[in-house]
Design a protein around this ligand. Structure first.
Ligand code: PXP
Length: 248
């Protein structure tokens, strides 16, 4: 049975893409991202996130099918707004779909989705995903214009891009942190559920987790990297503990 997060608690979505990156580096069958997803769920992840990229550089169609079939927690598909990805999402109907911008040459998702500029392209996709029962999220910059656009598109969730905040030195983060907190407050006031993610680590997660309106954090690269040293379950437990501490 699908395990849902306790009401009101900040949820942790663990992104397992980079388990597949390591597997694909050798073209072998291991490490298996589905095994990592099950372990992360057992250790306290409230959901699993996977980005099926157009070039399939990490998660494959088979991985996504296996994740869709057998997780005890909700699955969140990150995808570009393409017809191919829409068809895959409609076939598997994951609990959530987060629409992200995607450029083939980028190493990771750089910048947020231009929900405002792409309204006509995104509107039918958001509508079809919602009709299929998926909770649609848009990965946007913490920016009023993008929040307004998400509202107009009828997406119930916005995921605020924390990449810029994470890249700044600790002493220089206050302004960007305020931008994220203001955007979360604005989104929540408008009836959207704010999520946040990208670049989060043990060292920078607490101020983001402390933003009261943020309902979910999606974290991947750091957790999978840190798991090399400490194991995935302890690392997920530690991130959960820091998030709980931030909510105090
Ligand atoms: N949220 C979204 C929408 C993303 O695209 C990513 C990267 O796949 C993440 C969160 C997680 O970022 P990171 O791997 O840096 O923790």
């Amino acid at each position: 049975m699908l395990r849902q997060a306790q009401d009101g608690r900040l949820r942790l979505g663990v992104n397992i893409d980079h388990v597949a990156t390591v597997r694909n580096a050798r073209g072998s069958g291991y490490p298996d991202p589905v095994r990592a997803a099950l372990l992360a769920a057992e250790a306290g992840a409230d959901g699993i996130t996977a980005h099926l990229r157009e070039d399939r550089r990490h998660i494959t169609d088979d991985d996504f099918a296996r994740l869709s079939a057998g997780l005890p927690v909700p699955l969140n598909l990150e995808m570009a707004a393409t017809e191919e990805m829409l068809a895959i999402a409609l076939r598997h109907r994951p609990h959530a779909v987060c629409i992200v911008p995607e450029k083939r040459e980028e190493r990771t998702t750089e910048g947020g989705l231009d929900a405002a500029g792409q309204h006509n392209h995104l509107a039918p996709m958001v509508a079809k995903l919602r009709e299929a029962g998926c909770r649609v999220s848009l990965f946007i910059e913490p920016d009023e214009r993008q929040i307004d656009a998400a509202l107009r598109l009828g997406a119930p969730v916005v995921e605020l891009h924390t990449g810029r905040y994470c890249e700044l030195p600790e002493h220089g983060r206050a302004e960007e942190l305020k931008r994220i907190a203001d955007a979360a407050a604005l989104a929540a006031k408008a009836g959207l559920e704010p999520h946040a993610g990208h670049g989060l680590t043990f060292d920078n997660v607490i101020p983001i987790a402390a933003i009261p309106q943020v309902a979910e954090l999606n974290i991947g690269h750091f957790l999978i990297g840190e798991a090399i040293f400490d194991g995935l379950a302890p690392v997920v437990r530690r991130m959960r503990a820091l998030m709980d501490e931030a909510r105090g």
